[in-house]
Each structure stands twice: as structure tokens, then as C-alpha cells.
Design a protein around this ligand. Structure first.
Ligand code: ARG
Length: 829
């Protein structure tokens, strides 16, 4: 206020007066009722102002004009900026892909021609309906268009319409866009009647089957290759003949990214695609993949199977309708000329049977999953009824590479089984299991539970004597198998669940007696029971060759397999110790015993796996390119994708690795069971092999010999950056180590109950020393006395809490996975 009055008083008085006079003269009529004074022109009083007129280009006007110019400039710049921002923002398009069945329009053959009047007319109708649905919805502002891509026949009648919907919105708002919301808008627009009790309702006048509506977020690349201009590699194959094999030929040779093959069979039939061999770059489907859909557009929830790896064994997949889409993705489609595949038209199969089982020993027949030996489609239901001739006979089911266990509260991924009203959950394993139902009348129902096609199932059946399931002279394993009594407690896991090797009294030869006498069952049996091998020295006879013995180079079958690569030359020519390459850690001797922090460089095979930049799991270096970790670290959609993972090698303090590599490929064991943690093992291939120059800081750990037995009480080390206490909420910054003892399997089974032969326990019974959250996938390293080499005996898997008394840590028993590891890393041998 004060300032204003000062300014006013500082203006010259004459300027103020002249201002007033100008106002009065130049704005006539502003004062109503007052006529302006008229003066005779000739007698006009000379005006001082007009006489001495100020130039237009004076300072004051200059300032005004300059301000005006600045103002106009700012407004233009702002408008341009706004236009630019809104224009670039609008470039974010969101694609949705889906299908639904229209029940009140019959299919016409003309619909196959996209240019036909018939196709265009039905496509226009559907597009108008979809336009109406979304332009009156909450997303109306962002809705751009819908495009009908296919109108096809199908096994349920009417028309199956496949379409794309495009939305455009600013990038910043993209997060408000949820897949479920977009799908719900479409579904909610279908008006069904409760009275009719049918799934068909009215969608703006179209009769649409509510149960057929599928809508998923789609990819721009898929949109352009199915709708846009670059659909050169998309083809239709119409199969009208049964019992004909239609080869899937790739005609495109250019460097395309994506090819789509749409297979359509005659109504009432299904399509079986058989892949004989494919050459793909194995990198978890990042660059190369073949995806099989149960639809004609790449709708994610209709995926039947995805192939990411090269294969030479025949695999086949069956659709649930008369159509299928096969997409090939590769930077160079030409590379995919290595694909050999064909498809056929097959009839739908019923999956039910009533069997009268005979009173004969053994298995007399087989049942299988639908379309065996093809992968069975995700929607399946089978019923089998068995009856035995006598009430003393039950039904035995021998599952091939499959096992069923009582239903648990958690989900069931590989088939629900209802057997005489009890629920069981199926999982794939690497051996046979026998399930016995002690009833002469058995009613079985199988329901698929996997979202994808699942591996074919084969089950043998037969009757068995309820009071004596295994023949005299045999032992009944927990897996249900019967094995000869003589194979019990022989050190070989014949039951596949180690139940034949549990509760075995250990009779040890008197190893330390000065004058060792060669008597007793364990002496000269081909298996070293004394640490110094004394019980197997000076044996007059060599053990006959069986598949349980190791064949030395001089053709003498001498020692058991697990004596291989144990650092002791058991064969006279030492061939059992050949080609066992892995390094002996040089810094192993500098280890702190009993300390919590490890010494830098003491565990050169220890890896920290980071998921989206944060430490998530551990792993072990087993070669220049490969790491071994736990399958559970990679369970789930996001975790199984290698892209967000990085491997940190040669690291001591979190974040300060000597070498960091992205992960190129994750191979989770095919039998990994997320409920029981069975087969908790995964291989990781690095995108870049670690350099030779870092071999002082990064070294691989040895893989144990196949089937190697461990001694309970043996001291090993567990390492990792996981939590230091169960209650902690973050891991340790410095690599920790703890010495733990291998625990007797029987004891561990009695603690936890659910310990399979793929697991082993280690810890200290008083608790305290253990792995914890964040250590998963990391090594349990045991030092072999004979040669000082470090062996990867276990992989941190699970446990009840951390370091609780009587609850040891559970580890994956690596010696059970040697052939599996060699399958992917043959260079290890
Ligand atoms: N599953 C845990 C992880 O994700 C490891 C648990 C090990 N627990 C134990 N008590 N040993 O890191």
C-alpha cells in the first residue's frame, strides 16, 4: 500500500492532468446524458499537446509493445508445447484380443473370404455392437476401434468371432487400464435371462454365449501381424479330410518376426498338431518360440502349449474345438525352417470305461489320458469303473512317471483324482508309482487342472490281494512298488523314494582292527565300507558286472557306481577317477570356522541372484556358463522369465560383484512340485560366460558322483546373504557361512514326514545354525576328505522356520540329479 501511494506522488502533475483530458475527449458517450462539447472548427483553441505531439516510438510504447510481443510468444510456445505433449501421449495404444460365439447366425462358407460382402457385413455388425459397448462405458474416452479378424464355424454351432479392440490413452494413465475391467465391461453388457437358464444372452441384439467370451490384453506385434499390413507370414490351412496328414509348411523366407498359422477343421472334429522336430534358440521363449492356441487369434488364456526349446521327440497337442493357431516367433523365421510338423483332423474322444478285472497276478490292462499319447487338452473329464471278481481283491494302479497324493489345501496343478469319493492330487515324477485301492469296486474320476495341455498319462491296472499287496519275498516301498527283499538296504535307491534304504541297521566291518580279517557280508562286496577301503582290498574275485557296478576301462566290473569320482582309485587302472573335472578351491584353507561373516573369496562358487535389481536367491557356479539353483526361486509367471534376473558372481558384500551377467535361460526341473518342494532344482544359463581372468575369485564347485551316498554326521557349510534370524526382514549385506551337519534321513523323515529321496537334511539338532529366507538356491558345500575338493551336496530348499531346534534345513540332494544336469551341461563330464 505504502509503495503504491509513493509511486503515485512521484508522477509529474501535468502528466496526470493531460491523461484525464485525453480520457474525456477520446471516450465520448462513456458518460451518459452528457453531450460532448462542440467547438467551432475554425475557432479551435490551439492544444498544447497536439502541437507538441510525442513520437509513437517512445520508450513507453516500446515497453508496451515488447511486453505484448513476449506475451504472444509465451502463449504460442505454450500452445505448441501442449499440442506436442498431447500428441505424443496419444501414441500409447492398448490392444485387447478376444472371441465370442454368436448363436443366432449360421456360418456361411463366404465368411472365409475377408473381402466378401457376407464377411464385411457380419464384421460391421459386430464392430458396431462392440463400439456401442465401449463408447457407453467408463473407458469411452479412450476407446478407438474394434476390428473383426475372423468369423469361423465351430463345434458348438453359430459363429465364432475373433476380434481386436484398441484403446488409446496417455501413457501416464495406462495403469488405470486393467484387463479384467475391459473384459467385465463386455461380459456385463450381455443380458442373460434367469428364467431361460442358458448362458446365451443379448449383446445389443446379438445372441452371444456368455461362456464363450474371452478377452485378454494382446500385443501390438500380434495385432499388426494379424490385422495390419505386415501379415505376410500369416496363413490359413483348411483341413476337410479325416486321416490325412497336413504338413505345416513355412513358405516365408524373409526375416520376419512372427508367423501365424490358422488351422481350421470340419465342424464336429478336433485338430491334432504333431511336432516331429524343431530347431529353436533355447532361451525361455525370449527370441524363439512356438505357441499353440486353442483359438484363431493369439489370446493368452487359450494357450495350449508353448515350445521354447529344440526337440527331436514327437510331441502332439489336441485342440478343444475345430480350430487352432500356431505362432512362430524368431528374429529370423528362416531359422525355423528346422520345424517339422503336421496336423490332422481327429474325432472327439470319450474318456470313460467300465472294466471287469480278472483274478490274475500282475497288471492286465491300461487306461490313459484323453488322446494318448498326445498331450491332453486343458478341459478334460474321465471316468473309469473297475470291478474285481472277488471281494478279497482290490485294484492296483501303476502310474507311469506320475504319482497321486491326498488332496492338500493348496492348489493342484496336474490333475484332480477322485477315487471312491476320496480326493487326490497328481504330479509328475521320474519313476513309476503304484496306488492300491482296497475295494473290489472302484470308481475313478480324473479332472484336468492345468491351464495348459498336460503330459500324457498312462496307468496300468490289475487286481491284487488286499491282505497281501506284495508277493512273498518282496518288500513294499512307500511308492507302492514291490522289490525283492534282497534289494533292501543294499545302498541303492530301488524304491525311488529311498524307503528301501530307511531303517537299515548299519553293520560296519571292523575297519580299525589292526589285523583286518576278510570275513563278513560287507567285505569284498564291491562297496567301500571302511574309509580307507580296507574291506575291499586284496579281494580274490572281482564282482560280476551288473548295471549297479562301475565298469572300469580294463572291462572289470569292480565297484559300485557311487565310488566314481570320489577321489579314490577303485579300479585297478584308476579309470573310475578319470574325467572328474572341477576345481579344488585354493582359498578353502583360509576359512573362519565358527564365525558368521565369511572371508572374502572363501566361497568362489557362491552366486547372488537378483530379481529386478534386488537379491532374491542364491546359486552355485558349476561351469563357465551354468549355475545351479532351486526351482522354487523361479516359480510363477514373472519369476520364470529370465529377463528380470541378473547373476552376481565373485561377490562378498551385496552389490559389489566382480562379475554380473543377465540370465539367458532358466531350466526348472520338469517334475518340480510347488506343494511338496520335491525336485527343487533349476539350472541357469548366463548370457555371458565369466572371464577366465577372474578365476581366482570365481570357481565352479564339483557336482557329486551320481547316486553318491552321504554320511550322516558329516560336516558341511551353508552360505548365503539371506536373513540372519527368522524374524529379520532383510538379508545380510556380507556373505554369511554356517557349519552344519548332515542329518540321518530316517531321523529327518520322522521330524518332517514329507522328506522325499530328492531331499536331504542338514543342520544342528539344537537349532541356531541354518539357512533362512533369501538363501534359497544357494550351496550346501561339503569338502571331500580324500582330495580336498568341494562338492555341491545340497541346494538350500526349505525348512520349518529358521534355526529352530529339532527342525533342520532341507536341501535338494544334488547326487540324484547328475544325469539331469549332464543333459543340459554335457561339458561337465
Ligand atoms: N525357502 C527359503 C528361501 O526362499 C529358504 C528356506 C531355508 N530354510 C531353512 N530353515 N533352512 O530363501
Amino acid at each position: 500500500m505504502d509503495k503504491e501511494s509513493n509511486e503515485a506522488s512521484s508522477k509529474p502533475a501535468d502528466l496526470k492532468i493531460s491523461n484525464i483530458s485525453i480520457q474525456v475527449v477520446s471516450v465520448p458517450g462513456r458518460l451518459p446524458g452528457r453531450r460532448p462539447l462542440r467547438r467551432p472548427i475554425g475557432k479551435a483553441r490551439p492544444n498544447k499537446q497536439s502541437k507538441k505531439r510525442a513520437p509513437f516510438w517512445n520508450v513507453q510504447n516500446k515497453i508496451i509493445l515488447f511486453t505484448l510481443f513476449l506475451f504472444i510468444l509465451a502463449v504460442t510456445a505454450w500452445t505448441l508445447l501442449w499440442l506436442y505433449i498431447s500428441k505424443t501421449e496419444s501414441k500409447d495404444a492398448f490392444y485387447f484380443v478376444g472371441m465370442f460365439r454368436i448363436t443366432n447366425i449360421e456360418f456361411l462358407p463366404e465368411y472365409r473370404q475377408k473381402e466378401s460382402r457376407e464377411f464385411l457385413s457380419v464384421a460391421r455388425t459386430v464392430q458396431q455392437v462392440v463400439n456401442l459397448v465401449y463408447t457407453t462405458s467408463a473407458f469411452s474416452k479412450f476407446y478407438k476401434q474394434s476390428v473383426v479378424a475372423d468369423v469361423s464355424s465351430n463345434n458348438k454351432g453359430g459363429l465364432l468371432v475373433h476380434f481386436w479392440i484398441v484403446f488409446v490413452m496417455p501413457h501416464a494413465k495406462g495403469h488405470i487400464f486393467c484387463e479384467d475391467c475391459v473384459a467385465a465391461i463386455l461380459k456385463d453388457s450381455i443380458q442373460t435371462s434367469i428364467i431361460n437358464r442358458t448362458s446365451v444372452g443379448s449383446l445389443q441384439g446379438l445372441a452371444v454365449d456368455m461362456d464363450s467370451v474371452v478377452l485378454n490384453a494382446g500385443l501390438r506385434s500380434d495385432y499388426s501381424s494379424t490385422i495390419g499390413s505386415d501379415k505376410g507370414c500369416s496363413q490359413y490351412f483348411y483341413a476337410d479330410h479325416l486321416s490325412l496328414r497336413y504338413p505345416l509348411e513355412i513358405s516365408a523366407t524373409s526375416g520376419q518376426l512372427m508367423c501365424h498359422f490358422k488351422l481350421v477343421a470340419i465342424v464336429g472334429y478336433l485338430i491334432r498338431l504333431s511336432v516331429e522336430s524343431i530347431q529353436l534358440e533355447a532361451d525361455n521363449c525370449i527370441t524363439d518360440s512356438i505357441t499353440i492356441y486353442d483359438a484363431l487369434l493369439p489370446i493368452r488364456s487359450t494357450v495350449l502349449y508353448r515350445l521354447c526349446e529344440p526337440t527331436k521327440t514327437l510331441m502332439s497337442f489336441v485342440s478343444t474345438n475345430n480350430l487352432m493357431l500356431v505362432t512362430l516367433k524368431s528374429p529370423y523365421i528362416r531359422r525355423l525352417s528346422g520345424i517339422r510338423a503336421y496336423f490332422e483332423v481327429i474325432p472327439e474322444q470319450k474318456c470313460e470305461n467300465t472294466v471287469l478285472v480278472k483274478e490274475i497276478p500282475g497288471f492286465e490292462g491300461k487306461i490313459s489320458s484323453p488322446y494318448y499319447p498326445s498331450y491332453y487338452p486343458p478341459k478334460c473329464k474321465c471316468t473309469w469303473k473297475f470291478q474285481t471278481p472277488l471281494s478279497t481283491l482290490g485294484i492296483a494302479l501303476k502310474f507311469h512317471n506320475y504319482s497321486i497324493t491326498k488332496k492338500s489345501a493348496k492348489g493342484c496343478e496336474h490333475g484332480w483324482w477322485e477315487i471312491n469319493e476320496h480326493m487326490y492330487c497328481g504330479s509328475y515324477v521320474d519313476h513309476q508309482t503304484i496306488f492300491r485301492v482296497p475295494s473290489p469296486l472302484v470308481h475313478i474320476q480324473l479332472q484336468c487342472s492345468s491351464r495348459l495341455s498336460d503330459k500324457p498319462l498312462l496307468v496300468e491296472y490289475g487286481s491284487y490281494n488286499i491282505s497281501q499287496p506284495c508277493p512273498v519275498g518282496s518288500f513294499r516301498c512307500s511308492s507302492g512298488l514291490c522289490i525283492p527283499q534282497t534289494q533292501r538296504c543294499d545302498g541303492v535307491n530301488d524304491c525311488f523314494d529311498e524307503s528301501d534304504e530307511l531303517f537299515c541297521a548299519t553293520i560296519k566291518p571292523a575297519c580299525d582292527v589292526p589285523l583286518f580279517r576278510q570275513t563278513g557280508p560287507l567285505v569284498c562286496d564291491g562297496f567301500r565300507d571302511c574309509e580307507n577301503g580296507q574291506d575291499e582290498h586284496n579281494c580274490t574275485q572281482s564282482i560280476p558286472c551288473t548295471n549297479r557296478t562301475f565298469k572300469c576301462d580294463n572291462d572289470i566290473c569292480f565297484k559300485k557306481q557311487n565310488a566314481r569320482c570320489d577321489g579314490i582309485a577303485d579300479c585297478p587302472d584308476g579309470s573310475d577317477e578319470d574325467s572328474c573335472s572341477c576345481s579344488r578351491s585354493s582359498s578353502a584353507l583360509h576359512r573362519i570356522v565358527g564365525g558368521a561373516d565369511s572371508l572374502e573369496g572363501a566361497w568362489p562358487w557362491q552366486v547372488s541372484l537378483h530379481f529386478v535389481g534386488s537379491a532374491y536367491c542364491g546359486a552355485s557356479v558349476i561351469s563357465r556358463e551354468w549355475l545351479l539353483s532351486a526351482a522354487h526361486c523361479f516359480h510363477g509367471n514373472r519369476l520364470s522369465d529370465p529377463t528380470p534376473w541378473t547373476a552376481h558372481l565373485g561377490m562378498y558384500v551385496q552389490g559389489n560383484a566382480k562379475f554380473v551377467s543377465p540370465v539367458r535361460r532358466i531350466v526348472v526341473h520338469e517334475y518340480y512340485n510347488s506343494q511338496t518342494f520335491d525336485y527343487d532344482i533349476a539350472l541357469l544359463q548366463l548370457s555371458m560366460a565369466w572371464p577366465e581372468t577372474l578365476k581366482q575369485l570365481i570357481q565352479p564347485i564339483c557336482i557329486p558322483p551320481a547316486g553318491q551316498k552321504v554320511r550322516s554326521g558329516e560336516k558341511c557349510w551353508v552360505t548365503g546373504w539371506g536373513r540372519r534370524h527368522e524374524a529379520d526382514n532383510k538379508g545380510s549385506p556380507v556373505l554369511q557361512q554356517a557349519e552344519v551337519e548332515l542329518i540321518d534321513q530316517t531321523l529327518c523323515v520322522s521330524t518332517y514326514g514329507i522328506i522325499t529321496s530328492r531331499m536331504l537334511c542338514a543342520g544342528v539338532m539344537s537349532g541356531k545354525r541354518d539357512a533362512c529366507k533369501g538363501d534359497s538356491g544357494g550351496p550346501l558345500s561339503c569338502r571331500r576328505k580324500t582330495d580336498g575338493k568341494w562338492i555341491l551336496t545340497g541346494i538350500v530348499s526349505w525348512g520349518h522356520g529358521c534355526g529352530r531346534p529339532t527342525f533342520p534345513g532341507v536341501y535338494t540332494r544334488v547326487s540324484n540329479f547328475v544325469p539331469w544336469i549332464h543333459k543340459y551341461v554335457p561339458s561337465l563330464l
